[in-house]
Design a protein around this ligand. Structure first.
Ligand code: FES
Length: 322
């Protein structure tokens, strides 16, 4: 495995507190050159050095794909932060230097859709902000449904309300009892409409399950969530075939953490969130519960490889080509 991502040194050129929990960061290449082009829904991986610690988080690009002079990301301070979001909030300021991986898109607009129905919850609004530029430029049919918990937590809501997508955007504010009726929304979809959802897991699950219950094909439902899947699930035995090493992977510990702790193999891992693909490893024996966003559904079904940073065994024993 080799790191297939171009790594770019960037400088933070603006920081804005958008809501009590969310900041917007603007990033420019350290050498002043243009940044790589990207498409709506793309993300970057941001590496942050904090002393001898290295944090690595994926963030959606929310600026216009037409603008490669700078990128913008929105970062929510996570209460359960692994450290990355707190570092971004507390230690990154104008002038700070970061390293990013060139953009990749796991949440692209599907050209097969006749209408694009975007559903955002909280910080899940960010990938849609870059998609909106693209949809408008394409003259596509689209609408945005944006739910957040209280008026002060509606990141970028004013920009959306007053901007070119205002008439296509509906807001749902929990504290004002403005619930989003997913069943009604999905029941009213045209046959060629596609759903896109990004936000907290319960919202993503609700959209997926409601769509399924209403007979919407999986290919018409797109979702994205950046967060480490909790290492929930039964303990199992991991065998590293090249050395014959056996490791017990306990509940609450990822395969990657278990291997790192035992020092039994070296694994390249850029994001540790199941989105970059650098830790992809061949499965020699056993079945895997895939929890990444990198592999397609078909690739997951083949059970040929897994992302060791987030996925777990479905069988008591898992043998990997390591
Ligand atoms: S480290 Fe990125 S997918 Fe595992």
């Amino acid at each position: 495995m080799s790191n297939k991502y171009q790594m770019i040194d960037v400088r933070v050129t603006a920081v804005e507190q958008v809501t009590p929990l969310i900041k917007r960061f603007t990033l420019c290449a350290l050498d002043g050159s243009a940044l790589p082009a990207f498409t709506g829904g793309s993300h970057i991986i941001v590496q942050m050095h904090d002393g001898d610690k290295l944090y690595s988080n994926a963030y959606s690009l929310m600026s216009s794909p037409r603008d490669t002079a700078s990128y913008q990301i929105g970062v929510r301070r996570e209460e359960q932060s692994k450290g990355g979001s707190a570092f971004m909030h507390d230690k990154v300021e104008v002038g700070s230097q970061l390293t990013i991986a060139a953009p990749n898109n796991l949440f692209a607009i599907d050209p097969a859709a006749g209408r694009h129905v975007l559903i955002a919850g909280g910080i899940g609004i960010t990938p849609f902000l870059s998609q909106l530029y693209e949809l408008q430029e394409q003259g596509a049919e689209y609408e945005l449904h944006y739910a957040f918990r209280a008026p002060e937590h509606g990141a970028f809501a004013d920009e959306l309300r007053d901007g070119p997508h205002g008439e296509r955007t509906r807001f749902y504010i929990d504290s004002l009892q403005q619930g989003l009726d997913l069943a009604a929304l999905i029941a009213g979809l045209e046959a060629d409409a596609h759903l896109y959802v990004c936000g907290p897991k319960p919202l993503i699950d609700a959209v997926i399950n409601t769509a399924k219950a209403q007979g919407i094909a999986d290919t018409r439902v797109h979702w994205e969530q950046f967060a480490v899947a909790p290492a929930e699930g039964a303990a199992f035995t991991l065998v590293l075939a090249r050395s014959g090493t056996e490791i017990r992977v306990e509940e609450g510990v990822s395969i990657l953490q278990a291997i790192e702790k035992s020092n039994a193999a070296e694994i390249e891992c850029l994001c540790r969130e199941g989105v970059c693909g650098t830790c992809e490893t061949a499965i020699l024996e056993g079945q895997v519960d895939h929890r990444d966003q990198y592999l397609s559904d078909d690739e997951k079904a083949l059970q040929k490889t897994l992302m060791v940073c987030v996925s777990r065994a479905r069988t008591p024993r898992l043998v990997l080509d390591l």
